[in-house]
Structures are given as structure tokens and as C-alpha cells.
Design a binder for this molecule. Structure first.
Ligand code: PLP
Length: 373
């Protein structure tokens, strides 16, 4: 039983995968095993770590439906991946970038930092539009070089139609996607969605390590992004004695030094588990949980900020209880074993596929109990 890999405790219900996910048992065991091998750290172990690293790239390429694992770089975090893109592109004065006003800071600051090069950000307030994709497309003009969006908004959980945006960008603009709140919860196909750059992290819906970034680059951009960081690991032929060098032609050219072998192990283990369940089954279970929770929270009279249409939702439901301070309430929820976050004026619930029926059924009664005190 897959749910046995996770905590099924009715008194500690994890509704915070949009922030930091628990690790399944197999991953916790993989960490113990890794630490045991580190008692010896032989060249044979180092070879295994390298193979794991390659397998992680392959698994991620498969998950993203990328043509090749050579288009995947393993980095420190999502922010670093975004910085590699923003600083690697050649900008012209007067270029602009279109993005939602509600973006997570990492997918805003990096573009705002281009202001000094004469590059401007055009922000689109998604809350003011019934058709958020159209609003983003309408904001693009002749000087727009890049459209960047989170696949799922971190705060209210709005899921954008990436295929529609990718189709629009295809001819004239670059399309960059922050998939931190989607990867592992809902499918992404970088080819079908015509994505040029995709970034993500390990510690949310993939139930992997914090401090791990994932970067996918369309093959036409692999060798056109300017390099900003240099080191032995990024070379085409790794030879410590050689004075001349060439950067790798794969995405490894963006990984300048030693790989985070422990993180690779963690992500490898969680991805392997998810593959045995199938990502399709994960999405289906998560959708059912979210549909159920949405109906329950609505019936309880709470104000829900997340879209009503399941087409526009992923794994996040954000809501507030009328006349209650969300930050105070969020603290109470956590104390009472409903693990969640506060974002803006709302409380954000983000359950994952493995929640048991018993846990799911206990959520709203627990909230009511807390409110009655
Ligand atoms: C949309 C989005 N992107 C990125 C991140 C995390 O960025 P990083 O991996 O740089 O910590 C988060 C975390 O909350 C997020 O919600």
C-alpha cells in the first residue's frame, strides 16, 4: 500500500506540500543507506553516485517529456535556475518581459533586476481577469521577448493553460515556466506545451529534497545562453591536467562544480516511488481530494480564493474564514495537527495524493472544532 510510505496519522494531517513535503519511507531509508556508504566513500561509491545523478536527469526528462536528459541541469534551487536564464539571454534596451503580478518573488525579482539593462517588466493582475491566459497574451507587444509564468500560482493555486500560452509564444516570444507548484502533481509536457525554459524544485510535489533546482532548456537554447559560472564539472571533457577546455554542450554546462549527491539520492528515491504508482494515478487521486475539499470548505461557508473550475486548479486550495484573522487561525491549525501555510489573507491547504480517506474526512470537522473554541 503506497499510502503506508507516508504518515497516515489522523492527528497530523499534512496539507502543506506547496511549502515543504514530507519524504516517503523509501526515501528516508535511502538517506540512511547513503550515509552508511559515506562511512567508506570509495571510488566505487562515487561511481554509483554519478550513476544516480544521471538517472535523476533521465527520470526528470521522462517526467517532463523532454527529448533528452542532456537538456536537464541539476542546480541549487529554482531561483538559481531562473537566474541562469535571465542572465544568460542577450537583452536589448527596450525589451520587455510579461508576467503575472502575483508571481512568486523568484520569478519576478530576477526579471526586475534586468531594469539596469533597459529591460522592463509588464505585470498582469490575474485577479482582474476572467480569462487569465488571454490577459497575459494581450499584454504582450512588439517589444516583448519573454513570457514567464508559474504553472500554478503559489498563493491562490490558479493553474494556467500552458499549452495555450506556449502556442501563443511559439512564433515570436520565449516561454519560461516555473513549475515548482505543478511538477509531481499535474502533468507537464515541455514539447506539447512548447516551453523554452522550465524551472522547478525538489521539495514540493515531488516529495524530494529542499535546496535542489531543476532546469530544462529547449535544445535550440542550450548553447546560446551565455555562461555565467565556471568550474571543472561543466566541461565537455573533464581532465584536471588540461589547460585548455570547452564547456559541455549539454545542460551540464550550467552545473559548475560538484553535484549534490545526497539530494540526487533523495530525489531519485521519491521519483522512483512515484513512477511505481504512475504520475497519472497521482494526479487523479489529488484531483479527487481537491474536488472534495473544495466542496466541503465551500459548504462550511468559507471564502475560497482558488478558482471554482477544476480545469484551473491543481493541488492548492486557499481560503479564509469570514471575520477571522488567517495568520492566527493558521497557527491554531498547525498546533492542532492541520499542517498548512498562510499566504496573503488566506490559509493555504495543499494535500497530496496519498492522504487517506480518514484524514480527508477529518479536515473540515477539525476546522469546525477549532473555530468553536
Ligand atoms: C512558484 C514557486 N517557485 C519557486 C519556489 C521555490 O524557489 P527556490 O527553489 O528557489 O527556493 C516556490 C516556493 O515556494 C514557489 O512557490
Amino acid at each position: 500500500m503506497i499510502t503506508k510510505q507516508f504518515n497516515n496519522d489522523i492527528n497530523l494531517i499534512h496539507l502543506n506540500h506547496a511549502r515543504l513535503s514530507p519524504w516517503p519511507q523509501c526515501t528516508r531509508e535511502a538517506v540512511i543507506h547513503f550515509s552508511q556508504t559515506m562511512q567508506y566513500a570509495t571510488p566505487e561509491h562515487a561511481k554509483q553516485y554519478y550513476e544516480t545523478e544521471q538517472q535523476v536527469r533521465t527520470k526528470l526528462a521522462h517526467l517532463l517529456h523532454a527529448p533528452s536528459a542532456d537538456q536537464i541541469a541539476l542546480l541549487k534551487n529554482t531561483s538559481e535556475a531562473l537566474s541562469i536564464i535571465a542572465t544568460g539571454l542577450e537583452w536589448r534596451t527596450g525589451d520587455n518581459i510579461v508576467l503575472p503580478l502575483q508571481e512568486f518573488p523568484s520569478n519576478r525579482i530576477v526579471w526586475q533586476a534586468l531594469e539596469k539593462q533597459g529591460v522592463h517588466c509588464i505585470f498582469v493582475d490575474l485577479n482582474c481577469h476572467d480569462d487569465p491566459e488571454k490577459a497575459l497574451m494581450d499584454a504582450c507587444n512588439i517589444n516583448t521577448r519573454l513570457l514567464t509564468v508559474s504553472a500554478v500560482q503559489y498563493s491562490d493555486g490558479l493553474r494556467l493553460d500552458l499549452a495555450r500560452l506556449g502556442q501563443f509564444c511559439q512564433q515570436h516570444l520565449l516561454f519560461c515556466v516555473d513549475a515548482a507548484q505543478q511538477l509531481g502533481a499535474y502533468p507537464i509536457d515541455v514539447q506539447a506545451m512548447q516551453i523554452d525554459f522550465l524551472v522547478s524544485c525538489g521539495h514540493k510535489w515531488l516529495c524530494g529534497p529542499e535546496g535542489m533546482g531543476i532546469l530544462y532548456i529547449h535544445e535550440s537554447w542550450l548553447n546560446r545562453l551565455q555562461l555565467q559560472h565556471y568550474g571543472w564539472h561543466m566541461l565537455k571533457n573533464i581532465d584536471f591536467e588540461q589547460q585548455t577546455w570547452q564547456a559541455a554542450t549539454t545542460a551540464q554546462r550550467f552545473e559548475c562544480g560538484s553535484s549534490n549527491t545526497l539530494n540526487n539520492q533523495i530525489l531519485h528515491s521519491s521519483l522512483s516511488l512515484f513512477e511505481t504508482i504512475s504520475f497519472k494515478a497521482i494526479t487523479q487521486a489529488l484531483t479527487e481530494h481537491i474536488d472534495y475539499l473544495y466542496a466541503e470548505l465551500q459548504a462550511a461557508g468559507f471564502e475560497i480564493a482558488t478558482p471554482a473550475s477544476s480545469e484551473q486548479r491543481a493541488g492548492i486550495i486557499s481560503f479564509r474564514v469570514p471575520e477571522k484573522d488567517s495568520s492566527v487561525l493558521c497557527e491554531h491549525f498547525n498546533q492542532q495537527g492541520l499542517i498548512c501555510s498562510q499566504r496573503g489573507d488566506n490559509i493555504r491547504f495543499s494535500p497530496h495524493f496519498y492522504l487517506t480517506e480518514e484524514q480527508l474526512n477529518a479536515i473540515v470537522p477539525r476546522i469546525k472544532q477549532i473555530l468553536s473554541h
